[in-house]
Design a protein around this ligand. Structure first.
Ligand SMILES: [Zn+2]
Ligand SMILES: [Zn+2]
Length: 367
């Protein structure tokens, strides 16, 4: 079948809209006509070549669309269903069977391997194979192949442009607070970084009933946005000693801290902001990638702190995505307030806008 896709031909190259061909779905596969797809920071990192994925590649991992065709053994969804797409997992390893698909033993191969488990690929261009299957979807395209594991059906009247980012960025931020750290009602929360993941963490804190929510973010308009979304304080990290500013609000330290910045200096400072028995959740891709964190072991013990790495907000997509959809519908997760939509052809402009802070969460729309 013919499709159009945003192809990255080389590391740091632009996204080019080109015609490609896509195979019919295999017995266990689902073909989705993409209607909306969010741009996540991971797409940009992978497009830079930093994770060693092959090129030319079709990226995209916050796809949402309508089921176009299903393989013979697919029972979860049917042609015409609206679906959200999310990360892929094997469903059979110890982690998957234990309810932790975000820590699937095959996570890296299934999401970043850019091919099926047998090494083949569904995407081609003039007989050449393209790197596809990114996050089990490669949804920067008009058609994408997924599996039953990484699609979740939504209602026929669901607004896919708003819900597409649930599949990665929003579930990562909100899930980081609600699921990974399991923030308690009345507890305090500090969120570092006010991008889509950070603001989703703020919204997660509101849903969890956190009594004090503080956002640390250099951009003034994002600090203002966070305050309007339910954060109680917003701190500019360029204005001085951030840890002291947090301690001025929370003298005993923060019960929960979520880092979405990936900034090693900010993360080291966060350790000093934790309350006794506090938890620091690390969500942001570290920059540089090989960054290390040095902590005082004695301090760690005395304060009883937890430092936790988090992938995809510890989401169980079949449970958590419908929960997020219901919260969004009820007005408790107003992510539409920080989504900006672009026609698919303007993908490079959308990425530029994201870099410069003009878009918090860019979502591409397809016909
Ligand atoms: Zn697994
Ligand atoms: Zn992502």
């Amino acid at each position: 079948m013919d499709a159009i896709a945003a192809l990255v031909r080389e590391p740091n190259g632009p996204f080019q809209i080109e015609h490609i061909t896509i195979d019919a779905p295999r017995a266990d596969e689902i073909l989705v006509r993409i209607k909306a797809v969010g741009i996540c920071h991971t797409d940009i990192v992978v497009a830079s070549g930093a994770l060693g994925t092959p090129f030319p590649a079709v990226l995209g991992h916050e796809g949402a669309g309508i089921v176009e065709a299903v393989g013979a053994s697919v029972t979860k969804v049917a042609v015409g269903d609206k679906v959200l797409m999310t990360f892929n997992y094997c469903g059979t390893c110890v982690r998957c069977k234990g309810g932790d698909p975000a820590y699937c033993e095959n996570f890296s191969a299934l999401n970043f391997g850019c091919c099926r488990s047998d090494g083949s690929n569904a995407l081609h261009q003039h007989d050449a194979q393209l790197a596809g299957n990114f996050f089990g979807q490669s949804s920067f395209a008009s058609l994408a192949i997924a599996s039953e594991r990484n699609v979740v059906k939504v209602a026929a009247d669901a607004d896919l442009a708003t819900l597409a980012p649930l599949g990665c960025g929003v579930q990562t931020g909100a899930g980081g607070v609600i699921r990974s750290l399991a923030a308690k009602p009345g507890s305090s929360l500090v969120v570092m970084g006010g991008g889509a993941v950070g603001l989703s963490a703020v919204l997660g804190g509101v849903i969890a009933g956190c009594a004090t929510i503080i956002l640390i973010e250099p951009r003034a308009e994002r600090r203002a946005l966070a305050l309007s979304l339910g954060a109680h304080h917003a701190i500019d990290p360029k204005a001085g000693d951030t840890a002291a500013a947090v301690r001025a609000i929370l003298p005993g330290g923060a019960d929960n801290i979520i880092d979405t910045s990936g900034n090693p200096g900010a993360i080291a400072a966060a350790v000093t902001m934790l309350a006794a028995k506090g938890s620091l959740g690390l969500i942001g891709i570290p920059n540089p990638m090989d960054s290390a964190l040095t902590v005082s072991i004695l301090n760690l013990m005395v304060v009883g702190m937890t430092i936790k790495g988090i992938t995809e907000g510890d989401s169980l997509p079949d449970e958590f995505l419908p929960q997020l959809v219901a919260w969004q519908k009820a007005g408790k997760l107003p992510i539409e307030r920080f989504i900006k939509t672009y026609p698919f052809a303007k993908i490079n402009e959308a990425i530029e806008d994201s870099h410069h802070g003009h878009a918090v969460k860019a979502v591409l729309l397809l016909d």
